[in-house]
Design a binder for this molecule. Structure first.
Ligand code: CMC
Length: 430
């Protein structure tokens, strides 16, 4: 499609340019709409609004396609690693061997937190949610790198700051787990690769390194990779919005963590497990729960189902379900919650309520079961998502910073409040 779209308002005609993406996605450019007509568009939840042009990730929700920089997610899941995919997302191309070695070395060089950060951890109560700790500590970490906060040389320092963030988010996450569980802090070791080091930070003891199971390392690496980017979702859009004000990388990422925390977004993986546990506790086989969902009793939702963009299937869910079976088989574990999840999926996929609304399992439906099998506590699930999503946020931050046309994000609104009225003194109010 080429050319222009025509909008008629009050018999006035306005030609609006049509913009076509590299995969044929069509948008109508309304940048001049308000200047020329005084009108704005209204699109709550931005379901029809493109806020930017981006060359990072492509999703075709109808066909269940997800590509990072043109590479299909299934191919990356089978052949790549989280670190390599992080490089791809941030810098646009798969790295050469030398580039990958340099990136890995930067991750290792930047894995330690400033020792002063330990005192910040002490300030949190043991009951603090790890997502609260994560966002606060990412923001706090920027205080130790003044050359990131000041605008000068920010561009040149970007590779260091990006590597620091990818590497340190993992260290902060594990510290927050150990703090919450009253465990002694463990430091990263250079002999371990990225995901191995995370497991070491979580589960090693001061004098005894964790024995690493390659299947578990692979499963966790895959979870990180599958979460690494997902186009303009709530948290990525938040990162871009904060970045548009020229806030620094760590401040933008900390805001992304807060947006991710909610149960309709990254918090869904924790919500899925809580839901499965509740069904199990009540001795339900899932049917009573699904009836409540369909009747919208207490606004219940089948967590881990549905997606704003995927209306056929979530390709990440297919990969993760397979990995879930593998991990449980390898660990010789059976999990009643997995049985409930499979039953819920089976019923829902044949039920008109879910079919008519195009609700299918999303990435969060099975990822929690893998993480539970690995021994990751439930309140850390969303933190795992945040570790995985970090390269995507960084890539989007970089894109905003490098875009010569980038403007501060500032949506409009349709005001529905009172029209002008006069102040009434306290004794005259009803
Ligand atoms: N269970 C039951 N009903 C649902 C669900 C669900 N999980 N999701 C949507 N619906 C219904 C909803 O009640 C509405 O029904 P009706 O037409 O009768 O009013 C209809 O489907 C459309 O729902 P919506 O809320 O307008 O859809 P949305 O595109 O705004 O929401 C969603 C997308 C992901 C927030 C939603 O599907 C949901 O809440 N899912 C459960 C939470 C979840 O698993 N989130 C993780 C998403 S994947 C990870 C990520 O990328 O963040």
């Amino acid at each position: 499609m080429t050319g222009t779209a025509e909008l008629i308002i009050d018999n006035k005609r306005l030609a609006l340019p049509i913009v076509v993406g590299s995969e044929g996605e069509v948008g109508i450019d309304i940048a001049t709409l308000r200047d020329k007509t005084g009108c704005i568009t209204l699109d709550p939840g931005y379901g029809n609004t493109g806020a930017c042009k981006s060359a990072i990730t492509f999703i075709d929700g109808e066909k269940g396609i997800l590509q990072y920089r043109g590479y299909d997610i299934a191919e990356l899941a089978a052949k790549s690693t989280f670190v390599e995919t992080s490089y791809l997302l941030i810098y646009g191309e798969l790295p050469t061997a030398a580039q990958l070695a340099e990136f890995s070395a930067l991750l290792t060089d930047n894995q330690m937190l400033h020792e002063g950060m330990r005192f910040h951890f002490e300030g949190f109560p043991p009951s603090a949610h790890p997502m609260a700790i994560l966002s606060a500590m990412i923001n706090a970490a920027s205080s130790y790198y003044p050359n990131m906060v000041s605008g000068k040389n920010r561009q040149e320092r970007f590779p260091h700051h990006a590597a620091r963030l990818v590497s340190q988010v993992r260290t902060i996450a594990a510290f927050s787990y150990r703090k919450a569980h009253g465990l002694p802090v463990i430091y990263p070791k250079s002999k371990f690769k990225y995901t191995e080091n995370f497991l070491h930070l979580m589960f090693s003891m001061p004098n005894e390194d964790l024995e690493l199971n390659p299947e578990i390392v692979r499963a966790l690496d895959l979870i990180f990779l599958l979460h690494a980017d997902h186009e303009q979702n709530c948290s990525t859009a938040t990162v871009r919005m904060v970045a548009s004000s020229r806030a620094n990388l760590f401040a933008s990422a900390a805001a992304g963590v807060c947006a991710l925390w909610g149960p309709l977004h990254g918090g869904a993986n924790q919500a899925v497990l809580e839901m499965l546990e509740e069904i199990h506790r009540e001795g339900d086989d899932g049917s009573k729960f699904l009836t409540e969902v369909k009747n919208k009793t207490g606004n219940r939702r089948l967590m881990g189902f549905g997606h704003r963009v995927y209306k056929n299937f979530d390709p990440r869910a297919v990969i993760i379900k397979e990995q879930c079976d593998k991990v449980l088989a390898q660990l010789h574990k059976s999990d009643p919650l997995l049985d409930i999840a499979k039953r819920l999926e089976e019923i829902a996929l044949h039920d008109d309520y879910f079919i008519s609304r195009k609700l299918y399992p999303n990435v969060d439906f099975y990822s929690g079961i893998i993480m539970r099998a690995i021994g990751i506590p439930m309140d850390m699930f969303t933190v795992m998502f945040a570790i995985g999503r970090m390269p995507g946020w960084i890539a989007n931050f970089k894109e905003v910073m490098e875009d010569p046309d980038s403007r501060i994000a500032r949506p409009r609104q349709i005001y529905t409040g009172p029209t002008p009225r006069s102040y009434v003194a306290l004794d005259g109010r009803a």
